[in-house]
Design a protein around this ligand. Structure first.
Ligand code: HXC
Length: 262
């Protein structure tokens, strides 16, 4: 109903898909429905993905309305910045239950249906720290790494059923949900932006275009892949000399020339 999920819903609708959007807040879903203005092509269904019964009800409602499920996007997430030693067991649980269990629950409920119907496409929204890990977001990093493993495992296991399972690893995209929890000050936001070689954050429509491609018939042989969309940020974080890109390029080149003796 918001952020990247809303951007994907908008793109899928523009391409002729019939879309169900789910989230915990009925008000937010209604607001999104008004904004999308898609008539009968859109169904909203309040759902907490941490509750398997609610996820099953979501899939049932989808079948009742549209006759089946061809595509599942697991985008629901939870996150906050915290020093790990200050986390409570329930704080860890709140994130892992949403990200890892929520993705599994939806994958199980929709996947069983896809198996019956002879195929489908599943897309999991991760983050680039699924493979590097990240300080101060340990529950999210652990859960997203689990979803990456699930993506790769099921891509192999369910290929025989005609189901493709892929993922997208976004870098930072400014959305209200993420920013209110992960970007406490303008200074820290500027610092995060400076780490991105392309010099800017992602735009939700850019992720939506990638998502539309991966779930569609335009990508029939892409299976088990995780596509990064981060302006080169995570690669720069590991390169020993990557920080040099933040310096003036002309001055850098002069420095290199001096070192070479020219
Ligand atoms: C420490 C916290 C905390 C915080 C909550 N908790 N916020 N602990 N620091 N900032 C603890 C609580 O004290 C409680 O534990 C437990 O977590 C559950 O809190 P509730 O508020 O009861 O949970 P709930 O209402 O279910 O809210 C879930 C939530 C919230 C995850 C905490 O932030 C949320 O609803 N988030 C959904 C949207 C979201 O996070 N979007 C960002 C996704 S960005 P105790 O022990 O006190 O009971 C993303 C990728 C980012 O995932 C990639 C960036 C590059």
């Amino acid at each position: 109903g918001s952020g990247l999920g809303l951007a994907m819903a908008r793109r899928f609708l523009s391409l002729g898909a019939r879309v169900v959007i789910a989230g915990r807040s009925p008000e937010r879903l209604e607001e999104a429905a008004r904004e999308l203005d898609a008539g009968d092509a859109l169904l909203t269904h309040p759902t907490d993905v941490r509750d398997y019964g609610q996820v099953e009800a979501l899939v049932r409602a989808t079948v009742d309305r549209f006759g089946g499920v061809d595509i599942l996007v697991n985008n629901a997430a939870g996150n906050f910045l915290a020093a790990t030693e200050d986390l409570s067991p329930n704080g860890f649980h709140a994130i892992v239950a949403t990200v890892l269990y929520g993705t599994f629950y939806a994958t199980l409920a929709a996947g069983r249906l896809m198996i019956e119907r002879g195929g489908g496409s599943i897309l999991n929204i991760l983050t680039t720290y699924a493979w590097t890990g990240s300080a101060f977001v340990v529950p999210s990093a652990a859960a997203k790494a689990g979803v990456l493993a699930m993506t790769r495992s099921l891509a192999v296991e369910w290929a025989a059923y005609g189901i493709r399972v892929n993922a997208i690893a976004p870098g930072p995209f400014p959305t209200e949900g993420a920013w209110s929890r992960l970007m406490p000050t303008a200074e820290l936001e500027a610092e995060a932006r400076a780490r991105i070689p392309m010099g800017r954050f992602g735009r939700p429509e850019e992720l939506a275009d990638l998502a539309a491609f991966l779930v569609s018939d335009a990508a029939p042989f892409i299976n088990g892949e995780c596509v990064t969309i981060d302006g080169g940020a995570w690669l720069a974080s590991g390169g020993t000399f990557a920080h040099l890109v933040r310096h003036d390029r002309k001055e850098l080149k002069e420095l290199f020339a001096k070192m070479r003796g020219r």
